[in-house]
Design a binder for this molecule. Sequence first.
Ligand code: MN
Length: 200
Amino acid sequence: MTAVPAPPTAPPIFVVQEHWSKQRHFDFRLEISGRLVSWALPKGPSLDPSVRRLAVRTMDHPLGYAIFEGVIPAPQYGAGLVVVWDTGTFRPLLPKGLDEEAWLTRGRLKFLLRGQKLHGLWEMVRYREEGTSEDEDWLLVKHRDRFARRRFRLESLPTSALTGRTPDEIERSSGKWVMPDHAHPLETWVAPSARPVAEG
Ligand code: MN
């Protein structure tokens, strides 16, 4: 596959991947400076502004990973089912004079999401407690706006934002997976139904 550079005007993307590895969690990823800055949320995002969700910063991922949906085979790191639970674009609300990297380093990210399940104003805030682990712990919180929902349940929205499939359907149809390259997902994504189905 040939990498197609993203047009300079393309808004950055976000993706939330539900991941059944040893412990099921949600990987929340924002496109910042050409890579996916990533956090693992044990409980996933909540649309309820009174709920703050732990988000542990993890490895940056290449942009192409945003369209990964399928089963990561054992014994690879992260083996298990991955579902693109939500995806879309976002708008970073950068304070005057800060570029995206300085914004990230500062540890207080406000942004507007335009996904299929997640919308509106969100904030990701880093916090550190003395004497605790060296993991980078952040909190993700929904701001109060017309997209906020009290008593939100993630389980009410189980299907893939890319393909509309349920996790079971994805697991059953997952053949050999070829990792996409680092191209911009919005340029290169091909519906799984259009891909040749791997045997076995
Ligand atoms: Mn994960």
